[in-house]
Design a binder for this molecule. Structure first.
Ligand code: UD1
Ligand code: MG
Length: 420
């Protein structure tokens, strides 16, 4: 059998986060860390994913709701990564290779997961672990070698001063033969600084039984950041931001300032679209070609833009479809709306989509002109080519080619002297 299953360890609290939430549901931009890990596993061809949960597990489980081929296994007390891995054993059959990774490794790519499995297979190894070299290895398990040959992994808290100088670290990604994983777990004990069962002890245990254990060193250490604190969360977010933005730029999108532009991994953007600084795009947005977004545009989930759309500064969209050539140049909110082509949605105009209980739809047909500071009280429809005067609060549908004005007439009092 060529396949593999993946075990994601996600039962810990993550005390170093100082949070009431489990660590792995903290988000890199708009997606939980554990979801990145699970998506990478399935992207690499994993047959199923066994997620070991424990601390506030209902929150972790709800993050993964709706994904297929997932099995949850409960770890009652967090007795260490080795103990957590043992919780997956009932769901692993003898012929499967087992990829184990931690839920706090959001930057792992599917290519790396596939690669470690290929290396493992090619060598017919019992355990292949992924290592990398980092400048600052503090906090990571160190790879101890003797004459270049793998000997063991030593955790930060158990390492001697000399071992702490080692720069080759355990990334937390492993590929086991199912039988080797069982054997290693049987040999573990908690005789260490943290009184935990360490998964990392598998190296020494299997080597002592004459098994084939190898470490493959990746030159790309950015991918293996393990997020234990919010400082590391911000660091991982920056790496993810760079990765997403570079992919988009290579595909033909101009991003003027990639360091201030945050785009969800789920968003799709067409060629020759220009994104100005300070723009944030969340979720499954689909953006056409040749659009201009920002500066400081905020596109929220469910935004779909045709080609040549202009979204200017301080405009927020959510669950909104805007047709080709439509312009929303400044200071607007468009939520729960369908706008046709070449609509002019002027400065400060907004959809009033929420009545305190329900969301309602605003529909605007092609070539309509929505004047400045218009309130569109949804549900409401504006027909083709209709024109709304600035400052109107529109509560009634407007037929095509009509003119709507809904504001109080100006009263002008001449020679008016203020009372003091
Ligand atoms: C671990 C590794 C270390 C490696 C580093 C990479 C061990 C003993 N150490 O350290 O060698 O360099 O990751 O980032 O494995 N978990 C459980 N149940 C438990 C304990 C942990 O499910 O009982 C989960 C956590 O939710 C977390 C993952 O396992 O997602 C790793 O635990 P963490 O505490 O982050 O380990 P590190 O100290 O980072
Ligand atoms: Mg960690």
């Amino acid at each position: 059998m060529d396949g593999f299953v993946t075990v994601v360890l996600a039962a810990g609290q993550g005390t170093r986060m100082n949070s009431s939430l489990p660590k792995v549901v903290h988000k890199i931009f708009d997606k939980a860390m554990v979801s990145y890990a699970v998506d990478a596993a399935f992207g690499a061809g994993s047959k199923k994913a066994i997620i070991v949960t424990g601390f506030k597990e209902e929150i972790v489980r709800s993050e993964l709701l709706g994904k297929e081929n997932i099995i949850f296994s409960h770890q009652d007390r967090q007795l260490g990564t080795g103990h957590a891995a043992s919780m997956a054993l009932p769901f692993i059959t003898a012929e499967d290779d087992v990829l184990i990774l931690y839920g706090d490794m959001p930057l792992l790519t599917k290519e790396t997961l596939k690669n470690i499995h290929d290396i493992h297979k090619a060598a017919n190894a019992d355990l292949t672990l992924q290592s990398t070299n980092v400048d600052n290895p503090f906090g990571y398990g160190r790879i101890v070698r003797k004459d270049g040959l793998l000997e063991k992994i030593v955790e930060q808290k158990d390492a001697t001063h000399k071992q702490q100088e080692i720069n080759e670290i355990n990334t937390g990604l492993y590929c086991f033969k199912a039988s080797a994983l069982r054997e290693a777990i049987l040999g573990m004990n908690n005789n260490n600084a943290q009184n935990e069962l360490y998964l990392t002890d598998a190296v020494e245990i299997l080597l002592s039984k004459g098994k084939k254990v190898q470490a493959t060193i990746s030159p790309n250490n950015e991918e293996f950041v393990g997020v234990n604190s919010r400082v590391e969360l911000a660091h991982a977010t920056k790496i993810m931001q760079k990765r997403i933005n570079e992919k988009l730029m290579i595909s033909g999108v101009t991003i003027i300032d990639p360091t201030t532009t945050y785009i969800s991994v789920h968003t799709k953007i067409g060629k020759d679209t220009i994104i100005m600084p300070g723009t944030v795009i969340e979720g499954d947005c689909v953006i056409g070609q040749n659009c201009t977004l920002g500066p400081y545009a905020h596109l929220r989930p469910g935004t779909i833009l045709g080609d040549n759309v202009r979204i200017g500064n301080f405009v927020e969209t959510k669950n909104a479809t805007l047709g080709t050539g439509t312009k929303v140049a400044h200071l607007s909110y468009i939520g729960d709306a369908l706008l046709g082509e070449n609509v002019n949605f002027s400065c400060g105009a907004i959809t009033v989509n929420y009545d305190g209980k329900n969301k309602h739809l605003t529909k605007i047909e092609d070539n309509a002109f929505i004047g400045c500071n218009t309130n569109l009280i949804a549900p409401v429809e504006v027909g083709k080519g209709a024109f709304i005067a600035a400052g109107s609060t529109i509560t009634d549908n407007l037929p095509p080619d009509s003119f709507g004005i809904a504001r109080q007439r100006q009263t002008t009092k001449e020679n008016y002297i203020k009372k003091t």
